[in-house]
Design a protein around this ligand. Structure first.
Ligand code: NAD
Ligand code: GLY
Length: 370
């Protein structure tokens, strides 16, 4: 069965198709995006070994030729060097503006390929075939593409919507548990933003989802993508204060990721999980949100194996140091750093008047609590 979630963005509209086993019949599903009978498929070394052969076989069985490009796995692939390597190879292969390049992999491949396609011949198309939970519930949809540079993460990029997103939840069978949990943080995020009933669902079904339950996976992915689509439709370029809600936990999380060197020490989703727990505790400390809600958020994330304290995130730094990392974040507005805070579960809002001194003092107290 295929669940379709539409993303309605005028002439940039597309569908997200969620179907267990979709890689097996990707040829039939994607043929219309290869009018010249050929796909360039970009992936990383891990995914190439695990899932590229099935995708290739299915495309070839539908009469579509496949040109694979395999890049190293890992965040460091989102770089100028790999962007140059990838765009050079796409040009060598004669990719035209009317072609669609397939991005098969997690958020790293999706972000890099999307950005390469946004600039190749002033813009060619691409299809996302995400294979991590994080990419299936978040990064493959919405058109944010980017690479990292010396100055920071995702600072060079473009908005470039995919032509289609094909999600095969079965690809998650091979995803390491730690990566699954990291992606799950982004699932919980949608409940915390504005859907308390979905947070209830997460509490009841999160462990089944993480253990690989097929129905739970499809429900979580479809609900997450529908939520993301609604937000992106309302504010595609993050200018109206709506899309910013998707960054819940990201300002605190960014500081933790920066402090741990954007490395394997703390995966992006782990930083987001801890960041969301901190955002709720800070909201409670400010008297905005019931303590009980903040405790409930931390309890659920911790039960999923995610860090919810500085100590669990492996961070031992002062509030001042962590706030300094936040100030390097791209979400600065003039001299102000907008924070996503909460009045309760499902009641997130953007606060542009948070005192950085209070944030630093709060983080010092968090550090002291161990
Ligand atoms: P990733 O792409 O690095 O994938 C994580 C690891 O899992 C990699 O080692 C990868 O090779 C491996 N992998 C992928 N699929 C697999 C599978 N099915 N089985 C086994 N291993 C598999 O990381 P990610 O967590 O998917 O994405 C993180 C990136 O996404 C970051 O760069 C972040 O900035 C970006 N991101 C972008 C957006 C957006 O809107 N564009 C949103 C959130 C995050
Ligand atoms: N993941 C944040 C966004 O897409 O806006």
């Amino acid at each position: 069965m295929t669940t379709i979630v539409p993303v309605s963005l005028a002439d940039r509209s597309y569908e997200v198709a969620i179907a267990p086993g979709a890689l097996e019949d990707a040829g039939a599903r994607l043929a219309r995006y290869a009018p010249r009978g050929r796909f360039v498929v970009v992936t990383d070394a891990h995914v190439a070994a695990l899932h590229l052969p099935r995708l290739t076989a299915s495309l070839e069985a539908a009469g579509i030729a496949v040109e694979p490009i395999t890049l190293p796995a890992g965040e460091s692939t989102k770089s100028w060097a790999h962007l140059e390597q990838l765009t050079d190879r796409l040009l060598e292969l004669g990719v035209e503006r009317s072609d669609k390049v397939i991005a098969l992999g997690g958020g790293v491949i999706g972000d890099l390929v999307g950005f390469a396609c946004s600039i190749l011949k002033r813009g060619c198309g691409f299809v996302q075939v995400p294979t991590t939970l994080l990419a299936q519930v978040d990064s493959s949809v919405g058109g944010k593409t980017a690479i990292n540079t010396k100055a920071g993460k995702n600072l060079i990029g473009a908005f470039h919507q995919p032509a289609h997103v094909l999600i095969d939840p079965d690809t998650l069978d091979t995803l390491p548990p730690r990566e699954r949990a990291a992606g799950y943080a982004e699932v919980v995020k949608y409940g915390l933003i504005d859907d308390p009933a979905f947070f209830d669902w997460c509490e009841a079904n999160g462990s089944a989802l993480l253990a690989g339950d097929g129905a739970a996976r499809v429900h979580a992915i479809a609900t997450s993508i529908a939520a993301k689509a609604r937000i992106v439709e309302a504010d595609e370029r993050e200018t109206a204060g709506v899309r910013a809600l998707l960054n819940l936990g990201h300002t605190f999380g960014h500081a933790l990721e920066a402090e741990t060197g954007f490395s394997e020490r703390l995966l992006h989703g782990e930083g987001v999980a801890c960041g969301m727990a901190l955002a709720f505790r800070f909201s409670a400390a400010q008297g905005l949100c019931p303590e009980a809600d903040a405790e409930r958020v931390s309890r659920h994330l911790a039960a999923a194996g995610l860090p919810t304290t500085l100590k669990a995130a492996g961070v031992d730094a002062s509030g001042e140091t962590l706030v300094a990392h936040m100030l390097h974040d791209k979400k600065m507005e003039g001299n102000r750093l907008p924070f996503l805070l909460a009045r309760g579960i499902g009641q997130t809002f953007l606060d542009k008047n948070v005192s950085l001194a209070e944030v630093a003092a709060f983080l010092d107290a968090e550090r002291a609590r161990g």
